[in-house]
Design a protein around this ligand. Sequence first.
Ligand SMILES: N[C@@H](CCC(=O)N[C@@H](CS)C(=O)NCC(=O)O)C(=O)O
Length: 198
Amino acid sequence: MKHYFNPMSRAVTTHWMLLELDAAHEQVVVDFTNGETATPEFRAVNPMGKVPTLVDGDVVVTEVAAICAYLADKFPEKGLAPDMGSDERGTYYRYMFVPGTTLEPMFTLKSLGIEDYPAQSVGFGDLGRCLATIEQMTPETDWALGDKFTAADVVFGGFLDFAVQFGWLEAPSAKVAAYVRRIKDRPAYRQSHDPSWH
Ligand SMILES: N[C@@H](CCC(=O)N[C@@H](CS)C(=O)NCC(=O)O)C(=O)O
């Protein structure tokens, strides 16, 4: 598998996922500060010109959550996704989809200073609803699905980690801060986020 990556990007999350799975991969560093996401070669792989991008044989997977979901299913023996068709799978999907689909667009507008939008029409409602969602979804102890760490924690926990780091989440509650600390304590997280790694 080829993992198109940049150490200063969301691709650290998919790299972390690859390390959680101990999955063999070729790391292809794409320097977006140098136009490398705009080359015809890269755009032919991913027209969005974004990292992370995962290429597995003929399959191209883009988007952090899609890549994490794909990898969790590709290595079922690692137990990073609940069984297909189980009740837990519904909860799992919620954790996988909410960050990129709903929370991130809201924080993007917030960081651009855009506050005037119709809460009933936009997919994320408003800041208050997003913060309440984060608070409700953040586990009190352990992980998103209970005592078993899954890809849901890579996606949701990884997103909260970014949100705290970038000041999107200005005043994380004690529960959110503790969950992010648990995330950061994982060996694979530490390895993938270690600046001396590169
Ligand atoms: N929705 C995408 C976002 C990926 C993204 O925005 N990547 C940024 C770096 S964090 C990027 O590749 N920027 C380079 C560019 O747009 O040229 C995902 O979840 O993977």
